[in-house]
Design a binder for this molecule. Structure first.
Ligand code: DX5
Ligand code: ZN
Length: 217
């Protein structure tokens, strides 16, 4: 069976204490750290940019999986590569030139990801698979953590069939909990992003039980 990686999203972490939060999730079993960059244009929310990602890099010991929910994306690829991203994922919906965008990400030496919103068919990336290291299947409409899972199992199965034996991760992003994780794993996913499911249950006094939450997924 496929071994599943868990990539906690720091969108649900304490925005006043990212260093400690990153150290905690990695110490307690996170495989990757998922970093949600939002520009208030492609999505109706605004998070952080290259300077913040460079600061996160000082704490991330595993893989920094940077999810760019921005448009246009091409002007910022270099900056996020410089900031230390290991994987840079762009949305196919962010502009007309996903082929060129993935080439540009690969040219920085980083792994190239492409993200598909719930309304976007798997076929949208049929012609860029050889430029892709990761497909991020959105199971919420992007912009916020804590949203309800949208079932994309048919798309995941289609992608698995399209990918064949290419070394491409299928990452699921949004509404992943201990209830929904088995559904998407069975459909063919191998990386699960989880924000609220990992960071839930904490307080100022007592941080969330990250390890328990990660293992539950
Ligand atoms: C949403 C982000 C997701 C989000 C996941 O736009 O891309 O990564 O942080 O959060 P949960 O797991 O709470 O749905
Ligand atoms: Zn994300």
């Amino acid at each position: 069976s496929r071994d599943i990686k868990i990539a906690p999203s720091i969108l649900s972490a304490d925005f006043a204490d990212f260093g400690r939060e990153i150290q905690a999730i990695e110490a307690q079993g996170a495989d990757w750290v998922h970093v949600d960059v939002m520009d208030g244009h492609f999505v109706p929310n605004l998070t952080f940019g290259p300077p913040a990602v460079a600061a996160f890099r000082k704490h991330v010991k595993t893989v920094m999986d940077v999810h760019l929910m921005i448009a246009p994306v091409d002007p910022y690829i270099e900056a996020f590569a410089e900031a230390g991203a290991d994987i840079i994922t762009a949305h196919v919906e962010a502009g007309p030139h996903i082929h060129r965008t993935l080439q540009a990400i690969r040219a920085t030496g980083k792994k190239a990801g492409v993200a598909l919103n719930p309304g976007t068919p798997a076929e949208a990336i049929a012609h860029v698979l050889d430029l892709t290291d990761l497909v991020c299947v959105m199971t919420v409409n992007p912009g916020f953590g804590g949203q309800k899972f949208i079932d994309m199992r048919d798309k995941i199965r289609s992608l698995r069939a399209m990918i064949g034996d290419r070394p491409i991760h299928i990452e699921i992003d949004g509404g992943v909990t201990q209830e929904t994780a088995p559904l998407v794993a069975e459909a063919g996913a191998d990386v699960l992003v989880a924000g609220s499911a990992v960071f839930k249950g904490g307080s100022v006094a007592t941080p969330a039980p990250y390890g328990e939450n990660i293992r539950a997924i």
